[in-house]
Design a protein around this ligand. Structure first.
Ligand SMILES: [Zn+2]
Length: 291
């Protein structure tokens, strides 16, 4: 039986502000948590977060050895694809990938000429990627091993939403960059078509691994508060997330006609494109520079 401890929390940016219930969640039958966990919205900055949430020490229960991002052969072919415009400078460039998972992005960036370093809180992921000769460390930000280091780029790809204190992690990322250094953050977008359609069955809920739920405004707000200037926020297409949410909703008898329709890969792919065209994409990718 899992011995998971739960804790209530507030907004990390505005501890004095109150919050309202944003979305109640169904609690897995095996866990006992009182009051039941739900998504809450900060009345100060509108950030949405999970509360109660598992304590940091309890989180390992939710990252088993077969957690998909650690399994290279289970990842989609485009995982770790190099974003547009990320060619290294001629004299070479350095980057830190926070939460490298199976290490595909590290591998691709290394092949493209970057000098790469990674951290991940999974011992399994670290052992796996260390075996390929990469400089990687176990842990999260802030990380003692990185003290005093400087990188040209810090990447947090699908990581920020998993952290207990994402603001502290961003502040630490700022210390690892020189003035003008770049930060890239990608997260699921709460302001997406599939959240509107599927609510508690939305792929980005990932209960209880996801602790924060961002839209453009709350993501930019947190990044700016950590000492960055936001340069752009790009929409990111994730047809598979819509497909997964539709399947989950139908399994839970909540999907309705939309759920049944979007179980078709072609239709969920089309829906992802509509999300991009209408300004409600599934994912966001933010590029910022250290002020
Ligand atoms: Zn707030």
């Amino acid at each position: 039986m899992k011995l998971v401890k739960w804790e209530e929390c507030g907004c990390p940016l505005c501890p004095q502000a109150g919050f309202s219930v944003f979305l109640p969640l169904p609690l897995p039958a095996a866990d006992s948590c009182v009051p039941p966990p739900c998504l809450k919205k900060c009345l100060g900055c509108s950030l949405v977060f999970l509360s109660p949430r598992p304590t940091a020490a309890s989180m390992h229960h939710f990252y088993p050895e077969d957690y998909q991002p650690y399994l290279e052969d289970k990842l989609p072919a485009n995982e770790g694809k190099i974003p547009k415009g990320f060619q290294p400078p001629e004299q070479g460039g350095t980057l830190l990938d926070v939460g490298f998972g199976a290490g595909k992005f590290l591998q691709r960036m290394c092949n493209a000429g970057w000098k790469v370093t990674g951290i991940d809180f999974s011992a399994i992921a670290v052992a796996q990627v260390q075996g390929k000769g990469f400089e990687v460390y176990q842990g999260s930000l802030p990380h003692p091993q990185l003290k005093g280091r400087q990188f040209d780029f810090v990447f947090l790809r699908q990581v920020l939403e998993h952290l207990h204190d994402p603001h502290a992690a961003l502040c630490h990322a700022a210390t690892l960059l020189p003035s003008g250094g770049k930060l890239v953050v990608s997260v699921p977008n709460l302001n997406s078509l599939s959240f509107r359609w599927f609510r508690e069955n939305w792929f980005g809920i990932d209960f209880p691994r996801h602790l924060f739920f961002f839209n453009k405004k709350t993501l930019a707000g947190m990044v700016e508060r950590a000492g960055f200037q936001v340069l752009e926020i790009q929409p990111v297409r994730h047809g598979k997330w819509i497909w997964e949410a539709a399947r989950e909703a139908v399994r839970n008898r909540r999907g309705g006609f939309t759920g049944r329709l979007l179980q078709n890969r072609l239709m969920s792919g089309l829906a992802a494109s509509i999300g991009i065209w209408t300004g409600f994409p599934e994912g966001l990718q933010l590029l910022a520079t250290k002020a």
